[in-house]
Write a protein that binds this ligand. Sequence first.
Ligand code: NAP
Length: 338
Amino acid sequence: MGAVPEQGLEIRLAQRPTGWPTAETFAAVQAPVAEPADGQILVRNIVMSVDPYMRGRMDDVKSYAPPFQVGAAMDGGAVGEVVESTVDSIQPGDIVLHGLGWREYAVLDANHAVKVDPSIAPPGAYLGVLGMPGLTAYAGLVEVAEFKPGDTVFVSGAAGAVGSVVGQIAKLKGAKRVIGSAGSAAKVSYLVDELGFDVAFNYKDGPVRQQLAAAAPDGIEVYFDNVGGEHLEAALAVLNVHGHVAVCGMISQYNNTEASPAPRNLIELVKKRLTVRGMLVRDHDHLRGQFFAEVGGWMRDGKLRYQETVVNGLANAPEAFLGMMRGENTGKMLVTID
Ligand SMILES: NC(=O)c1ccc[n+]([C@@H]2O[C@H](COP(=O)([O-])OP(=O)(O)OC[C@H]3O[C@@H](n4cnc5c(N)ncnc54)[C@H](OP(=O)(O)O)[C@@H]3O)[C@@H](O)[C@H]2O)c1
């Protein structure tokens, strides 16, 4: 097994953050690389994902994903090239998607890796538009929000990995009107000029409630919530009777040290008989084939676009994570690993 390097860089959780993480939250460490045992593979990571849910895993709280351990390497989605394999189904040179990002080399059980085809899409796409965020967008809109052609859809975090796909799928599936919110004028232009949103606004320009009401004169049937707080309150105010909310995330609150006062208008649920449903992408795996066929087809036909913001170098992954939380990404935030 001569191809196993002695050491590889990994990013560890150095300490749990209070509020916003800082550089001190992370530590970059050279660590020994293990020989793959029977049933395992060794992967040299090419690209990894930084995702909002990782902020929750930095806290020592019970949730749908276990907390990162202080002093141990963090983990998350990554795509890499197989260097060594002890199984027949995966060979050196294969490109695989797996869950041990935040490190140069990953040793893992072969059945925790999925082969991907880099001739269909570049490796990073399997972490974004064709990966977990893409499936979240698809499942959230189609299954959780029960989207129907003719609906008016509002999506927050609209220029990000999930939001940019939500808005485009809604348009492609016959939405009457698609409205997006994002945090800069450049992102607003991107949504309207490049992704085909009907209207978009910068939530930093003024109260979301007023901007959304102006963008949705006839109300909305669906709100896809990536942000929570003031955005959710604004959406509840403009939703039409029997409207649906897919609660995908609440990124405006992930670094808060105190509870958010909004939404203060939950009475709208009663007045308008709204359906508000939280979601986790892992509950929607049965849609993966359908998602891949439909979204992959739109990509091939040039009907669905995607963008990535790429930071180079594993040592810069903490900064990439923080940048994503600050809104420095358009589309999926990725880290390439040399
Ligand atoms: N439930 C699930 O299974 C599931 C799966 C994947 C993702 N999610 C959730 O989906 C949401 C989007 O995830 P993503 O991976 O696509 O991330 P993303 O949108 O690509 O990146 C995060 C974006 O959030 C925006 N943001 C940050 N702070 C904000 C604030 N205070 N108010 C409004 N926007 C803010 C920033 O854009 P701006 O420049 O526009 O501020 C930033 O670019 C997150 O809430 C995430 O937790 C849920």
